[in-house]
Design a protein around this ligand. Structure first.
Ligand SMILES: Nc1ncnc2c1ncn2[C@@H]1O[C@H](COP(=O)(O)OP(=O)(O)OP(=O)(O)O)[C@@H](O)[C@H]1O
Length: 548
């Protein structure tokens, strides 16, 4: 396990007045400013180092700071998320200002004390470097002893002895730099720590959990399942399996998708499986029916964890979690939206987990231009959609509706037009759903009408525009739907139609828009925020055809 750590100052409060000079030293505005501060800090180390050597607690080999920090770990979590002065740097300022004034012990030094002092000095430098680096990449962490973030993929070899095949595969995929979530979540998992992670849509969370699994597995399974990844939909499970295979290319890992056939096949006693990707229901079925044994699983990932914790899925997830009985299993939760309630629930099953948040929690990707469009009525929506297609259809476009009935209606309404159109919803067969996804991916379909079955996790490259034909039923649904566009740093667009029925919930979406840098009219911001449960109003039919 790694030695690097930043928990020491996790909970020390910071008096800005008292330590104004220290505070100003760490008050930065931009990346260039940060680099300058880094240099400044390096210079100041000499003075600090000299003083450090004289401290009694260092001589005694006992870290008073650790004790001090341990008493208040977690207190600053809220403040951390706001992205104020980075935690360890802040703590360092406190330490520097208070400890240096303390009594100084005798000048006698022996070699072991020197070594200890050297170790401490390097440790502080590392804390500062980590804090600054995290600040630059908008990474917020909490938890004890958080491993240093990755500066490059090459570091995976020097720090973790990463196998060449993995680095080769990353290069073949065209990945030059780790994304912020990969920079922090990969070291956390590789250090054997459990993890809650939240990062914007399209920011590379899949590889952030797949990579450490493949690295840790090393050899192919002789029997049993070694890693389990749960996804809320079949489409996402299938995509994750494919991504996992891409990264494992050249290595004979057994990476399996729990299909209906496999779930029904019965005898899992001889199953060799390194990574098993499944929806919770299929896995529960397989455990029950086929006596699939997960007792040796070393990893459990709950992808789109907030969705998995919703009623309806929670019971199945709970069943799977309980079936993974290996006491040293590493569990991790990933999602672009991670409500506090999910974290609280998850904490009950996790041990000493590290929390990694990229940017602001529960916000949309900043690369998406978001627009709200008033359409008055259902009829108005159809007119607005036709008009937008006529004026500026820029495929691929995803159109989200409230339910499968409405998906069918809108498809029927538009299918005779000169647009390559398709539809996906849960009433279609597995093959039909797969074809719809494949054709959209391949560019054969220009416009895909969809329910929320493809709202989460699906990585359709280059979706130019997401249209919320029907207003989403929650802020999280909005963030995930529009996140099918603007992925991996690309630009995207999201248009949300709203009618009178949706106005009470407009402010919630407006907040998401403003928190990701967008603008909304003043009158919307002055609406009161309505606490929403699922907003699924009864809507008039889309169909303009007379009933026969
Ligand atoms: N380091 C990287 N450099 C460049 N592209 C990357 C990198 N890591 C992942 N990607 C690409 O970014 C895209 C989005 O990744 P991914 O699907 O993992 O996002 P996500 O964060 O899981 O999104 P969502 O919240 O919607 O599930 C994918 O096409 C993936 O191949």
């Amino acid at each position: 396990m790694e030695k690097d750590s930043s928990f020491l100052f996790g909970g020390i409060s910071f008096n800005r007045k008292k330590f104004a000079s220290d505070f100003n030293r760490f008050k930065w505005k931009n990346t260039a400013d940060l680099a300058e501060k880094l240099q400044l800090i390096e210079k100041e180390h000499e003075t600090i180092d000299n003083s450090l050597e004289k401290l009694e607690f260092v001589k005694n080999g006992k870290s008073e700071m650790e004790d001090e920090a341990n008493t208040s770990v977690g207190k600053k979590r809220k403040r951390k998320e706001k992205g104020t002065v980075s935690d360890s740097v802040e703590g360092f300022a406190v330490f520097k200002s208070s400890k240096l004034k303390k009594e100084v012990a005798s000048e006698e030094n022996d070699q072991s004390v020197n070594e200890l002092v050297e170790g401490k000095k390097e440790y502080f430098r590392q804390l500062e470097r980590d804090a600054i680096f995290r600040k630059m990449h908008n990474i917020h962490v909490s938890g004890s002893n958080v491993p240093s973030p990755l500066h490059s993929f090459a570091e995976l070899r020097s720090r973790y002895k990463c196998r060449s095949y993995l680095l080769r595969n990353l290069a073949e995929l065209g990945f030059k730099e780790p994304t912020p979530i990969q920079r922090q979540a990969i070291p956390v998992l590789l250090s054997g720590r459990e993890c809650f992670a939240s990062a914007p849509t399209g920011s590379g969370k899949t590889f952030a959990f797949v990579f450490p699994i493949l690295m840790k597995l090393k050899h192919t399974s002789k029997d049993g399942v070694r890693a389990v990844i749960l996804s809320p939909t079949r489409e996402l499970a299938s995509q994750t399996t494919r991504e996992c295979r891409k990264l494992a290319k050249g290595k004979k890992f057994y990476i399996r998708l729990m299909t209906k056939q496999l779930a029904k096949s019965g005898d899992f006693s001889k199953l060799r499986c390194d990574v098993l990707v499944s929806t919770p229901l299929r896995l529960k079925f397989a455990i029950r029916k086929g006596k699939l044994d997960l007792s040796r699983a070393e990893f459990l990932v709950l992808d789109e964890s907030d969705k998995l914790f919703e009623p309806g899925m929670l019971e199945q997830v709970d069943f799977v979690v309980k079936a993974c009985t290996n006491p040293s299993i590493l569990r991790s939760l990933f999602s672009a939206t991670l409500p506090d309630i999910v974290e609280e629930r998850a904490r009950t099953i996790m041990h000493d987990a590290v929390r990694v948040i990229i940017g602001r929690k529960n916000s949309a990707s900043e690369t998406i231009k978001q627009k709200l469009v008033y359409v008055g009525s259902e009829e108005g929506k159809l007119l607005a959609l036709r008009q937008s297609f006529a004026e500026s259809l820029n495929p691929p476009v995803l159109v989200f509706v409230q339910n499968k009935e409405r998906a069918k209606e809108l498809h029927d309404e538009l299918k005779l037009e000169d647009i390559r159109l398709d539809v996906i919803h849960s009433d279609l067969s597995q093959i039909q759903r797969e074809n719809a996804v494949d054709n959209f991916r391949a560019g054969k379909t220009w416009v895909l009408i969809a329910t929320d079955v493809v709202a989460r996790g699906m990585d359709f490259k280059g979706v130019n525009c997401v249209i919320n034909y029907d207003f989403p039923d929650a802020a999280a649904a909005y963030i995930h739907r529009i996140g099918r566009s603007g992925r991996a740093g690309r630009r995207g667009e999201a248009i949300t139609f709203y009618t009178e029925a949706d106005i009470p919930f407009l402010r919630n979406i407006a907040n998401v828009i403003t928190s990701s840098g967008g603008e909304v009219p003043e009158w919307i911001m002055s609406l009161t925020k309505k606490k929403w449960r699922k907003h699924r109003p009864r809507r008039e039919t889309i169909s303009t055809q007379p009933d026969i």
